[in-house]
Ligand binder design. Sequence first.
Ligand code: ADP
Length: 464
Amino acid sequence: MSQKVDWANYVAHTETKLSKVSVSDTNLGETDEEAPEKYSPAEASLLAKIIRKGLVESKNDIEVQRKDPKSPLYSVKTFEALNLKPNLLKGVYEMGFNAPSKIQETALPTLLADPCQNLIAQSQSGTGKTAAFVLAMLSRVDPDKHYPQVLCLSPTYELAIQTGEAAAHMAKFCPEIEMRFAVRGEEVPRNTKLTEHIIIGTPGKVMDWALKLKFFDLKKISVFVLDEADVMIAQQGHQDQCIRIHKELSPKCQMMFFSATYTSEVMDFAEHIVKNPIVIRLKREEESLDNIAQYYVRCANPEQKYTAVTNIYGMLGLGQAIIFCHTRKTASWLSEKMSSDGHAVAVLSGDLTVEQRINVLDRFREGKEKVLITTNVLSRGIDVEQVTIVVNFDLPVDLQGEADCETYLHRIGRTGRFGKKGIAINLVDSENSMRICKDIEKHFGKKIQYLNADDCDEIEKIGQ
Ligand code: ADP
């Protein structure tokens, strides 16, 4: 039996629920340990959300495209300027937010404007999109009307729970606002009419509830949020379901559309769903290789690669290191070998549950382990300031076996941040991997120098 959400107990309840969700439960994990690790956009997005501790700040400016240049555009520097209900403002402060993030400065006045405005917003994960639309959803609710007025579609169960969790925190002082999840496992007796104000769910379940079982009336929805649109379209069938739900909405309904990426595919989808929108974008902070010394080491076989890693790490001994492997099998082989040689290593791979991964990353962040061995999982989510060396035990390649320069940049571009010097070591064990290394060098126009990993003097020099 499902129940109305009890706000006071809600957060604790969902946290327990979420911690029990293993990635393999969601059928997104790769099971073959010899295969390159692959992660779906939904999984990557969820993990990035869970692991992130706070806001990702950006120095870039917001880019605004207005379809209707007559409509005024505001931006705010404080939450007070938004004239929120006092208890909602209290909730925002309770979450530890002092001022709106870059994307929120422009998104919030647009989302809260009267008459309402449609919005398409794109910015990388962690920049405050969820908090923005959750605040708008809560502000738009009329608690005296006991039917669903706000509908938020998320691509997966876990992402819907994350959004609900943010809403629960923010509405801590607004017990009159009620919310319901429309996700797997939630059951409602036939002929029920839902009375909650906000529905957060996945497209399939929402379609069932609204169109087939008629638990609520889509025509009465005044705010429609489509979250993680890029993840949504990566999942077969979801896009069609969203479009079918969208078709039943009233033309007066306010549309809010959020995405972490801005591809033509996402924008085509966006334009279909959101009429006359204001489009705001926050360009990604460029990761760069400027502060990074890049090297390659020639090795004949995995054993030699191992020796190279331990020589280099042992001699430099500074900061922490992340070692990237192509398969889970190599990662576990390497970690066993390093551990038996007395190194404190942690392994992050696709067979771990979400909870285990959080644990591994927390320990690494705290410095309990100096070396993190990982497959491609989350190369983008790892942001540990004290990492000075990144080792590509295997060079990143795409499905065709060609150099994957984007992944290379994400792996390496994290070391030389905050003005510090970083070191990247690429282990090359065949003519093919030498070619890939050269392709990467050519792509970025930055020299990858030869390093003799048996030469102590040479290694010491790179650490200076
Ligand atoms: P996105 O949806 O873009 O991934 P979120 O809204 O989930 O971003 O925000 C990322 C993190 O930053 C969350 O932990 C959130 O609580 C926090 N956050 C959001 N807005 C603010 C703000 N204005 N000030 C401080 N922290 C914020």
